[in-house]
Design a protein around this ligand. Structure first.
Ligand code: ZN
Length: 386
């Protein structure tokens, strides 16, 4: 009879959002890994950065893991200053201080206290948690869940609607996780929804009176489950598909665009994470053709109100003008700004930490993303009052 030894050294990733390639695992001190490319039919495999795996059998030993192809990641600038996250129980995630980027390789050294430990690029947001969130929303008296249609792999693309449509109410759209590896985006949505559905919160009450909010907590569940960084199951970067979405390759965008055309859009937020910059910032819309003075003034007021609501947000660091060039109108927030003439912003949160308000143990994490989501209610209300 074969009994598994407690000391079997093994790495596994065959679970929700798992992703890694094992080159060799000679001993705890000599583990060689590769970042796995995004999976998807027709995908070119050009994107790799997300990892999430479980290490077994190394309790009390000095583990040294080398990610040999870190320089070939989608954003190699994401590695300097980055620290890997780890968890024993999949609830509490902490940063590994001895993460370093050297000669194009990411090296993580750690002595796990237990035989089973998970390592990841960022605190994951599981598909089960996603479904639980939708379940809680469905039971709220202020919200409902509806199905927009199916993803490439036939998963549900779900829409949360907060507030009942009525004459004079403004349509607000918020989407998250077009890039599935940016799990902080769905943590943000959970925090925003928790406050928005709070019966006693006066800001939430006023927002529900004045607006109908259409929220897509996860634009890309296929990519999230596969452990992709950027793409859906057809290998498409959804945030470059807004000008010409297709039934076959980007139904997720097509379905949301169709629902937006039906409801109209008076304010749009698209929630993301950035690999390199250790700050929370907006990518704004002034480069969009036809951007009006009114859009500019209202955008400035929105940004100012968010800065007042959360010290985690700042306006000093962000993307350089001209970053997106010809791709500009293929991006969700730029396409919406152009199509609907409203305030339309991409929010970026860090994978590393907020350098203005660092947390040595957690870095930027799910909890902080939730608080930021709750803080977003202040600028939304200000926008609706204006
Ligand atoms: Zn993104």
């Amino acid at each position: 009879m074969n009994r598994p030894s407690a000391m079997t050294l093994r790495i596994s990733s065959n679970f929700d959002s798992g992703a890694i390639e094992v080159l060799s695992i000679a001993s705890p001190g000599d583990i060689r890994l590769k970042l796995r490319a995004d999976q998807g039919v027709g995908g070119d495999g050009a994107f790799r950065q997300w990892f999430h795996f479980r290490l077994h059998g190394a309790a009390g030993q000095d583990v040294r893991m080398v990610f040999e192809n870190a320089a070939a990641a989608a954003y190699p600038d994401g590695w300097p200053g980055y620290r890997c996250v780890a968890s024993y129980d999949r609830r509490h995630w902490f940063r590994i201080g001895t993460t370093r980027y050297e000669d194009g390789r990411l090296i993580v050294e750690h002595r796990p206290e237990r035989n089973s430990i998970y390592y990841a690029y960022f605190e994951p947001y599981s598909h089960e948690r996603h479904l639980d969130l939708l379940g809680r929303v469905e039971l709220s008296p202020f919200a409902s869940v509806s199905n927009l249609g199916a993803t490439v792999e036939g998963r549900d693309l779900d829409l949360v609607t907060v507030g009942r449509p009525a004459p004079g109410k403004r349509p607000v759209w918020i989407i998250a996780r077009q890039h599935p590896g940016e799990s902080m985006a769905e943590w943000f949505i959970e925090g925003l929804l928790e406050r928005l559905l709070d019966a006693a919160d006066p800001v939430a009450r006023r927002i529900r009176e004045k607006a109908v909010l259409y929220i897509v907590p996860n634009m890309n569940p296929d990519g999230a489950i596969r452990g992709n960084l950027r793409t859906n199951a057809a290998g498409v970067n959804l945030n470059r598909a807004w000008r010409e979405p297709s039934v076959e390759h980007s139904p997720e965008v097509l379905l949301v665009r169709r629902a937006m055309e039906a409801s109209g859009v008076g304010l749009f937020l698209d929630i993301h994470g950035d690999e390199a910059l250790p700050y929370v910032f907006f990518s704004t819309a002034e480069e969009v053709p036809g951007f009006s003075d009114e859009q500019r003034a209202r955008q400035a007021r929105f940004v100012e109100a968010f800065a007042a609501a959360s010290p985690d947000f700042q306006t000093e660091h962000g993307y350089a003008v001209g970053r997106f060039q010809d791709e500009l109108l293929t991006l969700a927030s730029k396409w919406v700004a152009h199509r609907f003439g409203c305030v339309s912003l991409t929010l970026e949160m860090p994978f590393k930490d907020n350098a203005n308000l660092p947390d040595g143990i957690a870095g930027w994490n799910g909890e902080r993303s939730m608080r930021l989501g709750a803080a977003m209610l202040a600028p939304i209300l200000q926008h609706l009052a204006g």
